[in-house]
Design a binder for this molecule. Structure first.
Ligand code: ATP
Length: 304
């Protein structure tokens, strides 16, 4: 039987997302604090002389929004490895999606990171860590963090990742994916520029979030959560503001738009609080997933 390599990669939440004015190359400078949560995509690869890509998706995931042609970021990861090593990179690959698509949770980036690790291992390419991180950054700003996991500081356009200590605090989240379509990340950034035309070139610093993480203080962390993209996301989708208010009224320490949205995440005091809040939101008709973190970045879950 052919060997099958399965690599799991987590979704991310930005505990802090400071966005500066666009640079000359059009990218916005960021200061962000990433954290990984136990909501995953798996990428499984089996040796094959031809490339193929398939998808299994959780019921709350919009599978039709994931292209299975060459534009899938997993196919781009295979091409990047092929170019680096000068060898054909083919495999029969299946993505199992638990991370909502276009939700601001970096699901595509998780797939890219998982694919880099799975294909490297399947084909015994022995890519050096530095090369893997460089390819990851070329594939997308959030891909290096999906390799690292844990908590990390992101600068540049988010692709310069400095791991932070995991700390003692387990963070309990309730994740509410949008059931009425995704928000395009470029559209949310464009709306940010429209709403904040005179923003400083320097992104807002992550000082408060970093010190709450150092102290392992979940209540202080809840107060410090910061997302500059929340205002434009809520302006485009006012229902997100209503959802945040409902979750906070039902006991969350804090609700926050995740990245560019439209997923809303709630930080809760502990596991019981998270399960209780998820129950309330489910009764209101929402999909509400409980996940904790920080968790490991892209890692092998079976195979060689
Ligand atoms: P980010 O927060 O990094 O901007 P996101 O979580 O909002 O990302 P993704 O789920 O990564 O969004 O998907 C963004 C778009 O990328 C999708 O709408 C889809 O067209 C395209 N895409 C390409 N490959 C994938 C993949 N493997 N999984 C999901 N989307 C993919």
């Amino acid at each position: 039987m052919s060997e099958r390599i399965t690599v799991r990669a987590p979704a991310k939440i930005n505990l802090h997302l400071g966005v500066g004015a666009p640079r000359e190359d059009g990218f916005h400078p960021l200061e962000t604090v990433y954290t990984s949560i136990g909501l995953y995509d798996d990428v499984a690869a089996v040796a094959s002389s031809e490339w193929s890509l398939g998808l299994d998706a959780a019921p709350y995931v919009d599978a039709s929004a994931v292209p299975l042609d060459d534009t899938n970021i997993v196919a781009a990861a295979a091409r990047a490895l092929a170019a680096l090593h000068g060898v054909p990179v083919t495999a029969s690959v299946t993505i199992t999606k638990g991370i909502p698509v276009a939700g601001g949770l970096a699901g595509g980036s998780a797939d890219a990171a998982a694919a880099l690790v799975a294909l490297d291992r399947l084909l015994d390419l022995q890519t050096a860590d530095d090369d893997l991180l460089r390819l990851a950054a070329e594939l997308g700003s959030d891909v290096p963090f999906a390799l690292h996991g844990g908590h990390a500081l992101g600068t540049g356009r988010g692709e310069i990742v400095t791991p932070l200590p995991a700390g003692d605090a387990v963070l309990w989240w309730v994740v509410v994916p949008s059931t009425s379509g995704g928000l395009s990340t470029p559209a949310v950034y464009r709306h940010y520029d429209e709403l904040s035309p005179s923003v400083s070139p320097e992104p807002a610093p992550a000082t408060a979030v970093l010190s709450a993480l150092r102290a392992g203080d979940v209540v202080a962390l809840a107060a410090a959560l910061h997302n500059d993209l929340q205002a434009p996301a809520v302006d485009l989708r006012p229902d997100l503001g209503d959802l945040i208010a409902a979750g906070e009224a039902a006991g969350a320490l804090r609700g926050l738009v995740s990245g560019s949205g439209p997923t809303v995440v709630f930080l809760c005091a502990d596991a019981d609080a998270a399960r209780g809040l998820a129950g309330v939101l489910q009764e209101d008709g929402h999909t509400a997933l409980v996940a904790n973190g920080p968790v490991a970045g892209a890692h092998l879950v079976n195979g060689l």
